[in-house]
Ligand binder design. Structure first.
Ligand code: UFG
Length: 332
């Protein structure tokens, strides 16, 4: 059985769908800190399959241990964690406590129960401001905010665990910018309040819930001056986790993998693609650069292709269409 921490969240829920569809038995653990209980029913609806669910906080050892006592967990996909960059700057202790303490407790319990296989939800944020693009996994690592630091520190903790005990097998998956939603329109990204990320924000403008997009800077050294990112369909990203599970189940050691498409799109290119998908024009104004943003970030996905046998398949049109379908389905 695969335990999915944070399985009710955006990437977690899509990954649970793909795991169930691939025939894996799963247990989900989530405390709904940034997700809704209804998502669980939607995962069942999409897949026609059932799973165990534990409402538990990963910083509470008792709750996590119960899951390992009641089930034979072969591998953990560890998504659970806080992820808002701005909030992490304001409340660093909240981020260090939750993300790092939670992971340490999880690993202690895994060790105790002899479960030594993990797929970890890391981020391209661990590359800081990269010296060049596309970014390879062996590029220098650094961070620009506490959220990013928790990802980098957890990567280091997991590496140390694997050095101390060669039975461990760990994949560190460095995500670029996941967007889009499941084709069913049933699950997707629905942040509380005003979104921080580009595509959820654009979706709200398209839906008439926000007036206009603020484009954070148009004087970067990029194709049109706006920031460039590697947007990846969340279902493609989820399929990368299935490949990573297959890999950790049959190998040992620790390795990092980029999950990106290898293509960079500017903010204005995304606005155009979204306009095409939703058939409306998206109002925007040019605003100052957002502190901490970098000009361009996109992956070299060659290592993932070679070692995981995975590549992203879906293009930007599909990502925007699927985001829009989910948005329309979930207006209320
Ligand atoms: N942007 C805007 N206006 C907005 C929001 C974003 O112009 O309202 C721009 C940003 O300046 C950036 C691009 O759109 O150029 C993408 O911004 P996002 O906030 O969507 O994503 P980021 O690349 O800043 O951050 C994302 C995740 C982080 C993760 C990082 C890793 O949100 O969790 O990728 O590279 F750390």
């Amino acid at each position: 059985m695969i335990l999915v921490t944070g399985g009710a969240g955006y990437i977690g829920s899509h990954t649970c769908v793909e795991l169930l569809s691939a025939g894996y038995e799963i247990a989900i653990m989530d405390n709904f800190s940034n997700s809704q209980p209804e998502v669980l029913e939607k995962i069942r609806q999409i897949t026609g399959k059932d799973f165990k669910f534990y409402e538990a906080d990963m910083t509470a050892p008792e709750a996590t241990e119960t899951i390992f006592r009641e089930n034979t967990i072969d591998c953990v996909i560890h998504f659970a964690g806080y992820k808002a960059v701005g909030e992490s700057v304001q409340q660093p202790l909240k981020y260090y406590y939750n993300n790092i303490t939670g992971t340490v407790i999880l690993c202690q319990i895994m060790q105790k129960y002899g479960c030594k296989k993990m797929v970890f939800s890391s981020s391209a944020t661990v590359y800081g401001n990269p010296k060049s693009v596309p970014i390879r996994e062996d590029f220098p690592l650094s961070t620009t905010n506490p959220y990013g630091s928790t990802k980098l520190m957890i990567e280091q903790i997991l590496r140390d665990i694997a050095i101390a005990d060669s039975e461990w097998s760990i994949a560190l998956l460095r995500y670029f910018n996941p967007i889009g939603a499941h084709k069913s329109g049933l699950i997707g990204e629905s942040p509380n309040g005003i979104p921080n990320n580009l595509v959820p924000y654009i979706a709200k403008v398209a839906a008439g819930q926000l007036e206009h997009l603020n484009v954070f800077g148009n004087d970067y050294p990029t194709q049109d001056g706006t920031g460039v990112r590697d947007y990846i369909h969340v279902v493609d990203l989820s399929l990368g986790h299935i490949k990573a599970v297959e890999k950790v189940l049959k190998t040992k050691g620790v390795d990092a993998y980029n999950l990106g498409t290898g293509k960079g799109y500017s903010v204005l290119e995304i606005v155009k693609a979204y306009e095409k998908a939703c058939g409306k024009s998206i109002a925007y104004v040019i605003a100052p650069r957002r502190p901490g943003d970098i000009p361009a970030c996109y992956a070299d996905p060659a290592k993932s292709e070679k070692e995981l046998g995975w590549t992203a398949k879906m293009g930007i049109e599909e990502m925007c269409e699927d985001s829009w379908r989910f948005t329309l389905n979930n207006l209320h």
